[in-house]
Design a protein around this ligand. Structure first.
Ligand code: MRU
Length: 362
């Protein structure tokens, strides 16, 4: 998608040197677009952990390039194993990380050391290119869901939580792909963007990328979503996901579950958009089997933003003596999910439908 008219991906190999990896530092958005040059696996692991790059598909793509950088320094078996372990331990919930690393391992392990570096870069690029094509297909799958609400120029109100847009993937996004397509095709689409405390991916990232693409949107406090639904101001909810079980349970950013409850109570469709790389075929019960990342309490006790004098400031908003807890994801049971928007089409959130649609993967 575009930033001020220029098309970008969220990750790419530097054209000048042909090997270092460029990422957009998402911790700096929306205040500045800082392009960071990553030259080694440790820096890439840090970028994933500290969330310079984030969002399930982009975490996977970044890890793939992390492997390529590691092998460029040392293509031995032991260094390949160390890189896979280091990158695999960066974040626990998004299955795309493990999916991408397993794919790199399968391709690279049988090769001679001499062949590994070129093969690693080629496989990482394939993962990125496939992600773009997959997300575009997700957009095409989801577009009719929006169009159904937009007859005769009527405003289509979509609510989303967190950031499942192009900067959470390599391009297009998952939940936002149908929204970009609807907007680009002339539909009157408007997005309620939940701020997504504690890290504010909605307020800082989703609002930024929708704004840069010209998609009408309004940021609301997380707690306002249910109220908007009760008032009839939400036609449908679309969110992304970090891991879906084979039974259709969905892990996504903390707060997603509450929106699913409110959507069901108000008879509003609650859709989840995902590439098949986000399905964990090894587990069925999301509540017991999906590891939920616990992040630093500092993300709850402080907030960072632009002060009125223009400087970027971090302020504490909780009494210094109060402890805080920070579970980063929650699980929405399949029974609350209207359906899954995938690259192969719409799919019910249950094991029979998923295994039927993805027979070759299940
Ligand atoms: O902690 P984050 O910002 O990596 O969490 C991101 C999300 O929860 C997204 O909704 C999810 O990864 C889907 S991204 C297409």
């Amino acid at each position: 998608m575009k930033i001020d008219g220029t098309p970008y991906r969220s990750i790419w190999v530097d054209e000048a040197d042909g090997w270092s990896v460029r990422i957009i530092d998402q911790t700096k958005l929306p205040w500045s677009v800082d392009i960071v040059r990553v030259t080694d696996v440790d820096t890439m692991a840090h970028a994933i952990k500290a969330m310079l790059v984030r969002g399930a598909p982009l975490i996977g793509a970044s890890a793939a390039y992390g492997v390529a950088l590691a092998l460029r320094a040392d293509a031995s078996d032991s260094n390949l194993r160390s890189a896979l372990t280091l990158l695999g331990e960066t974040r626990p919930t998004a299955i795309n990380l493990r999916w991408a690393l397993a794919r790199m391992e399968k391709v690279l392990t049988p090769l001679t050391q001499n062949a590994r570096v070129a093969a690693a870069y080629a496989e990482a690029l394939r993962i990125c290119d496939e992600d773009v094509a997959t997300n575009e297909a997700i957009g095409r799958t989801g577009l009719p869901l929006l169009a159904a609400h937009g007859k005769d120029g009527r405003r289509i109100n979509v609510l989303t939580h967190c950031n499942a847009g192009w900067i959470a993937t390599v391009d297009w996004g998952t939940a936002l792909a149908p929204i970009y397509m609807a907007h680009d095709s002339g539909l009157n689409v408007h997005v309620w963007v939940e701020e997504t405390r504690p890290r504010n991916q909605g307020a800082s990232l989703t609002a930024w990328e929708l704004g840069k693409h010209g998609v009408p949107h309004t940021v609301i406090a997380d707690n306002a979503g249910g109220h908007m639904m009760q008032r009839g101001d939400v036609d449908l909810v679309i969110v992304g996901t970090d891991r879906v079980t084979r039974a259709g349970d969905v892990a996504n950013k903390i707060g997603t579950y509450l929106k699913a409850l409110a959507a069901v109570d108000n008879n509003i469709p609650f859709w989840v958009a995902l590439p098949s790389s986000t399905i964990d075929w090894t587990i069925s019960n999301g509540l017991t089997d999906i590891p939920i990342e616990e992040r630093s309490p500092l993300e709850v006790t402080t907030m960072t933003g632009r002060a009125l004098d223009g400087s970027i400031a971090t302020v504490r908003i909780v009494p210094t003596s109060s402890p805080a807890a920070n579970p980063a994801f929650d699980v929405t049971p399949a029974r609350l999910v209207t359906g899954l928007i995938t690259e192969r089409g719409l799919c019910d959130a249950n094991e029979a439908a998923l295994t039927e649609m993805f027979q070759d993967l299940a």
